[in-house]
Design a protein around this ligand. Structure first.
Ligand code: WTA
Length: 632
């Protein structure tokens, strides 16, 4: 495979070349793609002016590289094996040639609905093939997809639709999710009461459950697809034309729509997939993420297809009909590369051992993890029970903002160190800084993780709010991209990510901003104010708890919890539910009124010796009262 690092020496050469001859390094790789027009300049812009461009002047379409060229060269190669939620429902296979036709049909449906280049198309679907096909179709006609995870509430969906001014929403009647049914169309209907921008809804029939269809707005997708032409010319896209928007949570305010652009993202999804996973022609790749998250975008929708791989797409959940589902599916399709999240690994580890032990799993060659730091116990279990100590584990660190993997072992090429993401990929220049913003050089080191120079996959902006983009990522350490994560670097330069250092909590691999959760909690009629923090959880990694000031100090936390959680499910979704509430008379605040969540985290962890200096708080006396409340 072209430009794949296949030895540690080659990795080192690639890395050095990417740093020292950046332009020619990426130009060579860009030449492996098909372009309507060659680029003028490989890279321009910087982190001070925030005007980063890759392959500017070039024109392409990501789908000609993900689909057309394979449909031409290897038309009968399998692109997708779709596995239903129900193991008794037959799987669906798509070759590259079939997938291209399906995408073209969907493209024509979108065009017929008046969707044009640059328009935002919102997907609120489960992991049905039409989600993947629709995303690719959107890209093919030059529109911008915004996929909203099917676990978000109507309010959260409405917020995302309005923020990007989507004119069309595509959903399914209902979603199968293990033994549950999620009424996606109903939720969409509720969301659309508040979204004047949406003129059209396309609804896929999946469960045949009863839904109401609004005349003039809603249409059945199945019929439209069946009648559409299988030919559709791809739109000519400039390198920096937007490809998609994806919402994610941050320290402050409501979720932000990170915008990724065409050519740079294409390069990053493709290169990182190729180098990290090292799949060969006959391999079967399976990323168990949902396309509603960035992992599903980069390692289902784009990375594997750009490399002409065969992959499994899974509609269901790991524990239904039983906790052997992942392992049976791996055996069924002889999956060689399996990529999942630590939270899933821990959940399955907690189930009866027979499920994993009864499986064969001998097809596996490479295992991957993503989404949160993996703990040693889960790492060992994954290595021994799933990989039979025979599969390198790639611990891949990256973010919605980075577009693709930034730090990871390259499978079989660079060393694996338990619980370490290890080395940066070519093109990624990292730096650790102390709290004063000074670079910590030398090894070993520990600090806040920043990236020093633009890489092709970086999100170019927050949709509609470039100033917030600057504030969020480039103001803490001007001139550098700040990740929000802390990391350690060992003697040999290997990175171990220690977790978020800001007010973002990682619940079961899902990013949640404490501010959004507090906004919802504070709407509760019995609560004056709250502060939300993450606390350790055996399976989810972290879970949420709130310190709440009620109107009546006699309020009972246990009684409040269910109604607060109802509110959170309504505002955000089930992932935002609180584990517990502690009633407090006040919250620790700085003199400027900022809640000191750091103090609360130490109190919750019972690390009272690490509270630091609390005497400068506006209300230092509150600390002892909170400690007492916590003990109750
Ligand atoms: C965390 C997911 C440790 C990290 C691709 C990051 C990780 C956030 C790892 C991004 C890993 C992701 N080890 N932590 N291998 N991968 N994270 O945007 O805190 O949903 O900042 O992207 O997940 O989450 P996001």
């Amino acid at each position: 495979m072209k430009f794949r690092a296949e030895s540690i020496n080659q990795y080192n050469e690639f890395y050095t070349e990417s740093m020292e001859q950046t332009e020619s390094y990426w130009a060579k790789r860009a030449e492996t793609f098909e372009w309507f027009k060659q680029w003028d300049e490989v890279v321009s812009g910087n982190f001070n002016d925030l005007n980063v461009k890759w392959f500017d002047g070039g024109q392409t379409n990501i789908t000609i590289n993900a689909l057309d060229r394979h449909a031409k060269n290897t038309p009968d190669k399998l692109a997708i094996i779709w596995e239903s939620n129900d193991p008794n429902e037959e799987e669906i296979y798509f070759t590259y040639s079939q997938l291209l036709k399906k995408v073209n049909q969907f493209s024509n449906v979108l065009k017929n609905q008046g969707v044009r280049k640059g328009d935002r198309v919102c997907f609120y679907m489960s992991m049905v093939p039409e989600l993947l096909i629709g995303v690719l179709a959107t890209a093919r006609i030059g529109a911008v997809h915004s996929v909203v995870f099917g676990g978000f509430s109507a309010k959260a969906l409405a917020g995302r639709i309005n923020d990007c001014d989507a004119k069309i929403v595509i959903t399914n009647d209902e979603a199968y999710r293990g033994d549950k049914i999620i009424p996606l169309k109903n939720i969409t209907d509720n969301a659309l009461e508040d979204t004047p921008c949406v003129k059209t809804v396309l609804c896929l029939e999946r469960t045949k459950g009863k839904v109401s269809m609004q005349a003039g707005r809603d249409q059945w997708l199945n019929e439209l697809l069946a009648n559409a032409s299988t030919e559709c010319e791809p739109e000519v896209m400039n390198s920096e034309d937007p490809l998609f928007i994806l919402y994610t949570s941050g320290s402050t305010g409501q979720p932000k729509g990170l915008q990724h652009t065409t050519a740079g993202y294409m390069m990053w999804a493709s290169e990182t997939y190729k180098n990290v996973f090292q799949t060969d022609d006959d391999d079967i790749f399976w990323c168990s993420a949902d396309i509603g998250w960035i992992t599903g975008h980069s390692y289902i929708s784009y990375g594997p297809l750009l490399n002409g791989s065969t992959q499994v797409m899974f509609e269901g959940v790991p524990t239904w009909p039983d906790a052997g589902r992942f392992w049976k599916t791996i055996d069924k399709y002889k999956v060689t590369h399996f990529y999942t999240a630590p939270t899933a690994i821990r959940a399955l580890e907690a189930c009866e051992a027979k499920f994993v032990e009864e499986a064969n799993l001998s097809s596996l060659k490479v295992l991957g993890t993503v989404g949160e730091p993996i703990n040693e116990e889960a790492w060992n279990w994954y290595n021994e029970k799933v990989g039979k100590k025979n599969c390198p584990i790639v611990d891949t660190w990256w973010q919605t903002e980075t577009g693709g993997i930034m730090v990871s072992t390259l499978a079989g090429v660079t060393p694996v160190i338990p619980c370490h993401a290890t080395l940066p990929l070519p093109g990624v220049e990292l730096m650790l800084v102390d709290t004063d913003g000074k670079e910590i050089s030398g090894n070993p080191a520990e600090g806040n993780l920043c990236v020093k120079r633009p890489w092709p996959g970086i999100a170019r902006t927050i949709y509609g709010d470039h100033e917030r983009y600057r504030q969020t990522y480039f103001s803490t350490y001007p001139g550098y991209y700040f990740t929000g994560d802390g990391a350690k670097r060992d003697e040999n330069g290997n990175y171990r990510i220690t977790g978020r250092v800001d007010d973002v909590v990682n619940v079961a691999g899902h990013r949640i901003g404490t501010a959004e959760v507090e906004d919802a909690v504070n709407e509760h009629k019995e609560i004056v104010e709250s502060a939300v923090i993450g606390i350790p959880h055996d399976i989810k990694g972290e879970t949420l708890m709130a310190f709440a000031i009620p109107f009546k100090q006699s309020a009972n936390a246990k009684e409040l919890l269910p109604t607060v959680n109802t509110l959170l499910v309504d505002h955000i979704g089930p992932i935002a539910k609180l584990e517990k509430i502690v009633i407090v008379p006040g919250l620790p605040k700085t003199r400027s009124g900022k809640i000191m969540r750091r103090v609360l985290r130490k109190i919750a962890a019972n690390e009272l010796d690490k509270l630091g200096d609390t005497s400068t708080l506006l209300n230092p006396e509150i600390v002892d009262e909170i400690i007492a409340a916590m003990k109750k």
